[in-house]
Design a protein around this ligand. Structure first.
Ligand code: RIB
Length: 337
């Protein structure tokens, strides 16, 4: 059904003009509340979704893919985006990068907008565990590849890293250095699945070393960035030295950098007073005031592989869904050893 026919159907069902339907999308301030509600009800009934690109391009499929990430300020995601762009630029496909800010409503709005722009497909780093947000894309037959998320066992491509193994690497490294009072920085009331898995791996390392599963000291943070790391440092500094861990594994490098910065500015020594391990191995980890030990994620490869899978699914009738899980690597530097 062409876009014009669909708008006419919506207008007829809502008993308004085509222009009024267009105003509901583009100038809702010009439309009376009752009329707007009637049009929105008709849109929902007909499952109508505007196809912006078809209006602009008037033929064929647009040459764009969407990439939705939870925090564009985190270099981890910009490195992943670089891997995506290296693949898409080779075939003349543009990347629309959307930042969901870890906000499920914003994520849903972007997914709807991408569906309206008739993109070739979407690379999606989900905010939560719900798969509902991508339903509108799937209903339109738009491929979605999950990024940094293992996703369901079938029915979808996904590219991720073994976060449980990464958490275990971090804590095992600290145990091998002789630490026993070890903290985990990055916990929260509603943790990202990556953080949950890293904590699970850390606990596994403690159990294997003969400690109880809850022996990691959890340090909660308001966010997974430098500000969260500074908050974690302040929480640790409020503890009596005898109650502080001698080492911490952080859920990502931004937390570790904020933690390091705040501890140093309060006169503590790293690693002597507190050993620190980050996660991601972004460029700032090595460049940090005290080079960070970190768990390296293959960020560029993640982006490349996800883009390759998406372009294949969008163009290859024989495409078969794949699930790639990369392995992390421990990179030892001065912040722990
Ligand atoms: O988004 C939080 C973290 O999850 C990032 O730092 C990266 O590690 C991702 O896997």
């Amino acid at each position: 059904m062409t876009d014009r026919a669909a708008i006419r159907d919506v207008a007829s069902l809502a008993r308004v003009s085509v222009g009024t339907v267009s105003n509901v999308f583009n100038r809702p301030d010009l439309v009376a509340e009752e009329t707007r509600q009637r049009v929105e009800a008709a849109v929902a009934t007909l499952k109508y979704v505007r196809n912006e690109s078809a209006r602009q391009l008037r033929h064929g499929q647009s040459r764009t893919v969407g990439l939705i990430v939870p925090d564009i300020a985190n270099p981890f995601f910009t490195d992943v985006a670089r891997g995506v762009e290296d693949v898409t630029s080779e075939v003349g496909v543009l990347v629309i990068v959307c930042n969901s800010d870890l906000d499920a409503k914003k994520e849903a709005r972007y997914l709807t907008m991408l569906a309206e722009h008739d993109v070739l497909g979407v690379l999606h780093v989900p905010v939560g565990s719900s798969r509902a947000p991508t339903r509108s894309l799937k209903e339109r037959g738009v491929p979605v590849v999950l990024l940094d998320d293992k996703g369901p066992a079938r029915g979808q491509c996904s590219v991720s890293v073994n976060d449980v193994g990464g958490g275990e690497l971090a804590v095992r490294h600290l145990l091998e250095l002789g630490h026993r009072r070890i903290g985990f920085v990055g916990h929260s009331a509603d943790p990202a699945h990556q953080v949950i898995d890293r904590l699970r791996g850390g606990r596994r390392a403690m159990i294997i070393a003969g400690h109880s599963s809850d022996s990691l000291q959890l340090v909660s943070t308001p966010s997974l960035n430098v500000r969260g790391g500074i908050a974690a440092a302040r929480a640790l500094l409020r503890l009596r030295p005898s109650h502080r861990p001698s080492a911490v594994a952080c859920a990502n490098d931004l937390l570790a950098i904020g933690l390091l910065q705040e501890l140093l500015s309060n006169g503590l020594r790293v690693p002597d007073d507190l050993a620190i391990v980050g996660y991601d191995d972004i460029a700032f980890a090595e460049a940090s005031a005290i080079p960070l030990t970190s768990i390296r994620q293959p960020r560029h490869q993640l982006g490349r592989k996800a883009a390759e899978l998406l372009l294949d699914e969008a163009s290859n009738a024989q495409h078969r869904h794949s699930r790639f899980v990369f392995q992390p690597e421990l990179i030892v530097r001065r912040s722990s050893a």
